[in-house]
Design a binder for this molecule. Sequence first.
Ligand SMILES: C[S@@+](CC[C@H](N)C(=O)[O-])C[C@H]1O[C@@H](n2cnc3c(N)ncnc32)[C@H](O)[C@@H]1O
Length: 260
Amino acid sequence: MDLMERLRRDHDDMVPPYAERFTGYAGCDYIESGLGLLQVLVSYAGLQAGSIMLDIGSGIGRLAVPLTKLITPPGSYDGLEIVERGVRWCSTKITPGYPHFRFTHADIFNAEYNPGGTVKAAEYVLPYDDASFDVVCLFSVFTHMLTADVERYVTEISRVLRPGGRLAATFIIINDETTKSMQAENGIYNFTYQEGPQWLFEEGMSCPELAVGYEEKYVRDLYASNGLDVSGLYLGQWSGQPATSATEPHGQDLVVGIRR
Ligand SMILES: C[S@@+](CC[C@H](N)C(=O)[O-])C[C@H]1O[C@@H](n2cnc3c(N)ncnc32)[C@H](O)[C@@H]1O
C-alpha cells in the first residue's frame, strides 16, 4: 500500500505510512476514523477549540492529526504513549507545525505493546500538574490494561483533571446485556475467564493484555471512588449492540465521567 501511494505520489505527510501503523485494524481509514473519535469527544466530553486535553495511549496520532484542525491556542493537546516510535512520528510530523501539540514517551511495560518496558503502569505518576486538563481521553487503552494498572491510571487521571473536567474512556464492559450477547455469539469477542473484576479470553494467556473486559459495577465504583460522576455509559458494537454516535467510531463501550 505504501509503495502504491509512493508511485501515485499522493502520500499525505500528516498520515503515517501503513508500515508504521501499530494501532487500528487492517483497512482502517486513518483520517476518517480519527475524525470519528474527535466527534465523540466534542459530543460527549465537551471538547472545544480552547480545551486543554490529554490523550493517553496516543498511538500513531490517529486522533491528534484531525485535532490539529480543532484545537487552537490557548487550547492544547498532550499525547502520552508507551511505544517510542509512535511518539517519534508524532513529534516529528505534528509538533513542528502545531507547537501546542506535545507528545511524551513513557517506557511502561505492556505485554502486547511494550514488552521491554521498564516501568509498571501500577506505579506510574502522570507527568502533569494537578487539575491541569479539561478533557482526558483513552480510546482502546483500558481494553489492554490489567486491574492494578487501570486503578492507578484512574486515580492519576482524577488528579490531573480540573473540577468539572471530563474523562472519556472506552472499555469492554461486562454486564448482563453484554454477557447475553456474547453467549449468543452476536459479538466479535468472547471472554471466558474471570479473574477478579477483569475478564480475559481464557485462563493462562501469555499476553493477557490482548483484550481485557471489566464488570460494569467495578468501573462505576472505580470512577465514583476517584471523584468522577458517571454522566453516561454507552454500550458499543463489540458485543453485538447497535452502533450509536457515542460508539460507532470505536466499537467499544464509552464511559464518561465528570470530575467533582
Ligand atoms: C489499540 S491502541 C489505540 C491507540 C489510539 N488510542 C487510537 O485509538 O488510535 C492502544 C494504545 O494504548 C497504548 N498503551 C498501552 N498501555 C498503555 C499505558 N499504560 N499508558 C499509555 N498508553 C498505553 C498502546 O501503546 C497503544 O498505542
